[in-house]
Design a protein around this ligand. Structure first.
Ligand code: ATP
Ligand code: MG
Length: 600
């Protein structure tokens, strides 16, 4: 492509709307344009990158035997009602764009496709002989993200590859899942990215085993905890660890103490001269189930540890049937406004004890009358502990479970693992923290959707069984930006060769020198003919501007038809390390072909 004929507009200044380097660079280099909140246009250079990533994804998926298809983005609400997700996705999480057509039918814009694909399996799969199957598509997804940000990282319309596997039984599902794990690793290797596969929380989508693929970068929204021996890596939402040892409580008898101004653990421990591991901290949450019931949750946990809200939400979700509900819609620390809705009197915040009276809850139709009380494993073994006195400015010391306080029946592990904790698999390893961008997520769904929607097959014994399913998402547009986040310098983007929009750019420093222009044009034609995807900067611009632009857009190899032509050579600069070489004109094509094949 000739730059003089392209839509090619670069910016010298960082656009105000962008916060992280990759977003700034993609805007400045003219790859994307913001059209609305979380909505972007992929301009021609970006589209080439996205097509390359999609092609790598396609090749690796096809290699596993998966088949490509294209499912509708407009999805009837009926399907989502069958799976029980319509309300959660349109009201609770509210992530699905929903609309009503002229016949008053409800539809949603696909945020994901479990319902559609399960309906297809229900209609087409009859026998174990048709299994296993894996169907995938590459398509724009719609999600009304509450906080769209960082450009393509979290958009409201974005490109995803989603695959769904169908197996006769768990064993076969595990194999399909392993195949996807390998395919994802191949895809990321081929795209030239550094990544880690981590254990992940399965969240609202349901199912059991799941793994995320994280591209490591400081701007990542996720935190990954891992050990240096390479044996453990997990999303912090899911991570486990060993808590530090308990330091014995200095108190030996039970008593109430005045502890003014000690609403934080730090202030309290300073005041009482004790370790936070001798404190039972009681944290209040408010959860809302899908039937509108609000439940107040009180978690007792060791003072030095924090609650992992994802783990807590999973525990709360398990108890949904107890409240005639199906799923949790939200879990949060109630602010003053939220407390007003149910608190019968001011709460002793900062001084709450495990036995905070249920009288604090003003009974009404949608509010459960009793606290749902959990105790985290870390707090169970504490003796002579310090905790709140349910009265502002007071704590109790020397308390014990079974004496002054009843141990809550629900003992759970909702502790947040943090960097520096000892690893469970090997106490000599400590957890390290890194930031990651989640580019892929693979799940074993099991029979959750097939059971809800009646997708069954008959096995060899002639029995009817629900199909075992897996789902496998991969963020194509997010990956494109993640690649930039991982690879740039002060001058611009450094694309991995395999996904660069073009592999080479020929620059004519001065277009009034007709001889040099002709040589450059011939080189440009020869390279393209030989399969090297090449651009030609034939604009009437100063050489300096052209070099700056080439660096900014990040084309791997820059070829300049400049002074060295007098010796029959051209200058070639490697974008990644800025190393420059003079190569004879007649060797350019073969040299570049070789470099590219080595890099890919
Ligand atoms: P996240 O936790 O980042 O919101 P998710 O768990 O909702 O991701 P999945 O539903 O598993 O993501 O979707 C599969 C993949 O699609 C993700 O791994 C990610 O790469 C990509 N993806 C998800 N949401 C977005 C988005 N809003 N913008 C761009 N890519 C996204
Ligand atoms: Mg999401």
């Amino acid at each position: 492509m000739r730059l003089s004929q392209m839509l090619f507009v670069t910016l010298r200044e960082d656009p105000a709307e962008a916060e992280i380097p990759s977003h700034k660079l993609l805007l400045r280099a003219g790859y994307i344009r913001r059209i609305g909140s979380g909505i972007y246009a992929y301009l021609p250079l970006m589209w080439r990158v996205l097509k390359k990533i999609s092609q790598i994804v396609r090749e690796e998926m096809d290699a596993t035997g998966a088949q490509e298809c294209l499912l509708p983005q407009l999805q009837p609400s009926d399907l989502w009602k069958e799976s029980g997700r319509w309300d959660t996705y349109t009201k609770a999480e509210g992530i699905m764009f929903a609309l009503i057509d002229r016949q008053e039918r409800q539809l949603g814009l696909g945020p994901t496709h479990e319902e559609v694909i399960t309906a297809i399996a229900r209609d087409t799969v009859r026998s174990y002989r048709q299994l296993p199957l894996n169907l995938y598509q590459i398509q724009s997804k719609f999600r009304d993200e509450i906080r769209p940000r960082f450009g393509l990282m979290r958009g409201r319309e974005f490109i995803m590859k989603d695959a769904y596997s169908f197996d006769a039984g768990e064993e076969s599902l595990k194999k399909s899942y392993r195949d996807m794990d390998i395919a994802y690793r191949n895809i990321l290797d081929r795209c030239g990215l550094a990544y880690t596969a981590v254990e992940a929380d399965s969240g609202a989508i349901g199912g059991s085993a799941s793994q995320e693929f994280m591209v490591l970068a400081d701007a990542g929204e996720d935190e990954v905890l891992y050990t240096e021996d390479g044996k453990y890596a997990a999303n912090v939402e899911k991570a486990i660890s060993l808590p530090p040892d308990i330091e014995a409580s200095p108190f030996t008898s039970y008593e109430k103490r005045e502890t003014p101004g000690t609403e934080t653990i730090e202030k309290l421990c300073d005041f009482l001269k004790c370790s936070p591991t001798a404190v039972v901290k009681n944290v209040l949450y408010e959860t809302i189930y899908d039937n509108g019931t609000t439940v107040l949750v009180l978690v007792s946990i060791r003072g030095d540890r924090d609650v992992n809200e994802v783990k807590l939400q999973n525990e709360v979700a398990k108890l949904a049937p107890q409240y005639d509900a199906n799923v949790v819609i939200s879990l949060s620390v109630p602010d003053e406004k939220a407390q007003k809705k149910w608190a019968s009197k001011p709460l002793p915040l900062g001084y709450i004890a495990p036995d905070l009276s249920d009288d604090y809850i003003e009974t009404s139709k949608d509010i459960a009358p009793k606290f749902l009380r959990f105790v985290d494993k870390t707090a169970v073994d504490l003796t002579n502990f310090v905790t709140g006195a349910n009265e502002s400015g007071y704590h109790v010391v020397g308390a014990n479970w079974g004496k002054e306080f009843k141990l809550p029946k629900l003992v759970v592990d909702v502790r947040k693992a943090i960097a520096g904790d000892r690893a469970v698999h090997d106490e000599s390893q400590t957890l390290q923290s890194a930031r990651g961008i989640e580019v892929g997520h693979i799940f074993q769904l099991g029979t959750k959707y097939s059971q809800a929607m009646g997708a069954t097959y008959t096995n060899e014994e002639g029995e009817e069984k629900p199909i075992s399913m897996g789902c496998y998402g991969f963020g194509v547009s997010r990956l494109a930006q993640a690649a930039v986040e991982q690879s740039y310098d002060k001058d611009g983007i450094i694309w991995p060769v395999s996904i660069a929009p073009y592999q080479a750019i020929v620059i004519i420093p001065n277009i009034s020198d007709t001889e040099k222009v002709e040589i450059a044009q011939k080189l440009y034609r020869d390279l393209n003919k030989a399969g090297v995807e090449t651009m030609l900067d034939d604009r009437d611009e100063r050489a300096g501007v052209k070099f700056k632009d080439a660096d900014l857009i990040g084309i791997p190899y820059r070829i300049v038809t400049g002074r060295s032509l007098a010796k029959g050579k051209v200058e070639v600069v490697d974008r990644a390390n800025k190393e420059s070489q003079e190569i004879p004109l007649d060797e350019i094509v073969s040299t570049l072909k070789q470099w590219i094949s080595e890099a890919i």
